[in-house]
Design a protein around this ligand. Structure first.
Ligand code: RP5
Length: 159
């Protein structure tokens, strides 16, 4: 069953957003990816957000750049956790517009915001949310962190 919905405002976001899908597949978590624009396809956004929970999705990752309304608007129409990925898009002023649009949500409708273009971390955070109640996923996250530690400790800058 698809557990994580990955949505983005434009196909131009996909080179960044596919990092979320890649890491989730490494953790054995099924995903779906779709372009859902808050500005260009507002009705699709409403339908997607309202139906996500009943379709079995557990976490939504939403990426957008510039005037990035998609994560917040989606979060306003679903009880699911929404992770926002600010994207430094062609229409973005150095990424800050995307970051602040996604980060500065008013009380009551949270969006967990990762760093600029950090779709991979969004994927890992989604896996952690699922792993809180799924021991298999949690075990994979523990191995992932252990491997990272091994890699860092094993890096030799002098050879
Ligand atoms: C946002 O506008 C999208 O999320 C994208 O980051 C940005 C630019 O979109 P395109 O003009 O490349 O389609 O809504």
């Amino acid at each position: 069953m698809i557990k994580v919905g990955i949505i983005m405002g434009s196909k131009s976001d996909w080179p960044i957003m596919q990092e979320a899908q890649k890491i989730l597949l490494e953790f054995g978590i099924e995903t779906e990816a779709e372009v859902v624009s808050a500005h260009r396809t507002p009705e699709k956004m409403v339908t997607y957000a309202k139906n996500a929970a009943s379709r079995g999705i557990q976490v939504i990752i939403a990426g957008a750049g510039g005037a990035a309304h998609l994560p917040g608007m989606t979060a306003s129409m679903t009880p699911l956790p929404v992770i926002g990925v600010p994207i430094k898009s062609s229409n973005s002023i150095d990424g800050w517009d995307s970051i602040l649009s996604i980060l500065q949500m008013p009380n009551g409708i949270p969006v967990a915001t990762v760093a600029l273009n950090a779709a991979k971390n969004a994927g890992i955070l989604a896996a952690r949310i699922i792993g809180a109640t799924n021991p298999d996923v949690q075990a994979k996250l523990v191995s992932y962190a252990a491997q990272m530690e091994k890699d860092v400790l094993g890096s030799d800058l002098n050879s």
